[in-house]
Ligand binder design. Structure first.
Ligand code: F6R
Length: 242
C-alpha cells in the first residue's frame, strides 16, 4: 500500500476529496463506497465545498454504504441510512436514488445481504472505497474472525465496537447488537481502497493492517491482498508503523 502521512484530518479531507473530484470528472457516474463514523467526515466536508464551488457535477454519482445497524427503528437518527443522508447525500447534493445502504430492517434480513451484493454487481462494482478502521481492526463491521472472502451478511458487533459507538447514542445499551456489513471479500472487489485513520487509538490497528501478517484476527490486513490501496493517516495513527 501507498502510505501518506498528513498533518491533520483537514489535509486528508482535501487530498482524498480532490482525488474523488478527479475521479468524478473522468467518470461522472463513478461508484463510491461510503464509510460512516467520524473518520471520513473531513473528506465529505471538503467534497461538499468543492461541489458548492461548482467544481463538479455529482448528479450521476452512485454510492454504496459499507454497513448498517440491524433492528433500529426506521428513521432512527443514528441509522447509517440517516447518517449517510445527513453527512453525504444532502451536503453534496447527490441524487438520493443513486445511493444505497444495506437494509437493517428485520423483515427481509435473510436476503438483504445477497440483494446488496447483486446491486453492487449491477452497478459495475465500486470504483473507490473509503474505509475507516476500528480499534479492533475491523473494516466495515467485519470484526476479528471474519472470513477474508466474506460477502455482505449479518454480524454481531464486539463489545469494544459497541462501546466506541455509544457516543452516538443516548445510552450504551441503545447500540444495536447486530449489523449488516459488506464482507471483506466485497470490500476487496472495489477497484481502489482508501483507508483513513487518525489518532493514537488507531495506531495498533493501522500497523496490523499495513504491516502485520494477513490474518482474520486483523481484518484490516486484508488490504494487503489488494493491488491498489492508499492509506492516509496522521502522525499519531502512523506511530506504530516501522
Ligand atoms: C463505518 C465502518 C467502520 C468505521 C470504524 C471507525 O461505516 O464501517 O469500520 O470506519 O468503526 O469508526 P470511526 O471513524 O468513527 O473511528
Amino acid at each position: 500500500a501507498e502510505v501518506i502521512i498528513v498533518r491533520d484530518e483537514q489535509e486528508a479531507g482535501r487530498l482524498v476529496g480532490d482525488a474523488i473530484v478527479d475521479l468524478v470528472r473522468t467518470r461522472p457516474d463513478a461508484v463510491l463506497g461510503l464509510a460512516t463514523g467520524s473518520t471520513p467526515l473531513a473528506v465529505y466536508r471538503h467534497l461538499a465545498e468543492r461541489v458548492r464551488g461548482d467544481d463538479i457535477d455529482v448528479s450521476r454519482v452512485r454510492g454504496f454504504a459499507l454497513d448498517e445497524y440491524v433492528g433500529l427503528p426506521a428513521g432512527h437518527p443514528e441509522s447509517y441510512r440517516r447518517v449517510i443522508e445527513r453527512e453525504v447525500v444532502e451536503p453534496l447534493g447527490l441524487t438520493p436514488e443513486n445511493i444505497r445502504v444495506p437494509s437493517g430492517e428485520l423483515e427481509g434480513i435473510e436476503t438483504a445481504g445477497e440483494e446488496y451484493e447483486a446491486a453492487i454487481r449491477a452497478a459495475g462494482g465500486v470504483d473507490l472505497q473509503i474505509l475507516g478502521i476500528g480499534r479492533t481492526g475491523h473494516i466495515g463491521f467485519n470484526e476479528p474472525g471474519s472470513s477474508l472472502a466474506s460477502s455482505t451478511r449479518v454480524k454481531t458487533l464486539t463489545e469494544e465496537t459497541r462501546a466506541d459507538n455509544a457516543r452516538f447514542f443516548a445510552s450504551p445499551d441503545e447500540v444495536p447488537m447486530h449489523c449488516i456489513t459488506q464482507g471483506i471479500g466485497t470490500i476487496l472487489r472495489a477497484r481502489h481502497l482508501v483507508l483513513l485513520a487518525f489518532g493514537e487509538a488507531k495506531a495498533a490497528a493501522v500497523a496490523a493492517a499495513v504491516e502485520g501478517p494477513v490474518s482474520t484476527s486483523a481484518p484490516g490486513s486484508a488490504v494487503q491482498l489488494h493491488p491498489h490501496v492508499t492509506v492516509v493517516v496522521d502522525e499519531a495513527a502512523a506511530a506504530s508503523l516501522a
